[in-house]
Write a protein that binds this ligand. Structure first.
Ligand code: SF4
Length: 223
């Protein structure tokens, strides 16, 4: 168990890597049109990270500018992601602003930062980092006590060791399996392998894939 991470950014502006529309690809909302708001900065360095472009670069924007740009897409689903979006102080009022505008708000977070100040109506898609990520010791397990029924816990799995750790973690922390996503690291293990392991253990978790990487180039950004 680790202590909560301090905010990297504490300013009245948001540092935004990109805002774009896409097909949501990594949750029970997968397949739906969605506006992604990717915030800059991350406190982790997962070995298989596919969002390294969000570590440093970004544009400073006010909350009002972000909400205006999101609204222009005329899509009711918005996801706040990163990097690690909870490192920026203004992300909390931004989520309130978006809820106030009747968006369904998803938050993708690494599981290393406390979620206690995230507005309850936000759908939290929270990773727990497996050993193969290289960041396993950063998991903030107290977060599991703050999840709502509609939140989701995602395990990104790179090999059999990761799978067994994920399975055992779901069971030892009594995470409701219907809230659990098991996702293979793209190009590391196959969906078939993960499916076989889930079925062999009769787990009630949801197998998922990064849908957007099947639609567009797997290395593409901004889709
Ligand atoms: S938490 Fe996400 S953005 Fe950060 S290093 Fe890991 S995969 Fe990349």
């Amino acid at each position: 168990m680790t202590a909560p991470v301090a905010l990297l950014y504490n300013q009245s502006m948001l540092t935004v890597s990109e805002i774009y529309k896409t097909i949501q690809g990594e949750s029970t909302y997968a397949g739906l049109p969605c506006v992604m708001v990717r915030l800059t900065g991350c406190n982790l360095r997962c070995v298989w990270c596919d969002s390294t472009h969000a570590f440093y670069s970004g544009k400073n924007m006010t909350r009002e500018e972000v909400v205006r740009q999101v609204s222009e897409f005329k899509i009711p689903l918005v996801e706040i992601t990163g990097g690690e979006p909870l490192l920026q102080a203004d992300v909390y009022p931004l989520m309130e602003d978006l809820i106030g505008k009747n968006f369904t708000v998803l938050l993708e977070t690494s599981g290393s930062v406390s979620i206690e100040n995230v507005p309850r109506k936000v759908v939290k898609i929270m990773d727990l980092k497996c050993p193969g990520s290289g960041e396993n010791e950063k998991n903030h397990f107290d977060n599991l006590r703050g999840l709502a029924d509609w939140d989701e816990v995602k395990f990104v799995i790179s090999d059999r060791t990761d799978y067994e750790w994920s399975r055992d973690t779901v069971q030892s922390y009594a995470i409701p399996p219907r809230q659990v996503l098991f996702s293979p690291v793209f190009d590391r293990i196959s969906l078939r392998s993960l499916a076989d392991w889930i079925l062999a253990d009769n787990l009630g978790v949801r197998l998922q894939t990064q849908l957007h990487k099947h639609i567009w180039d797997k290395n593409a950004v901004g889709v």
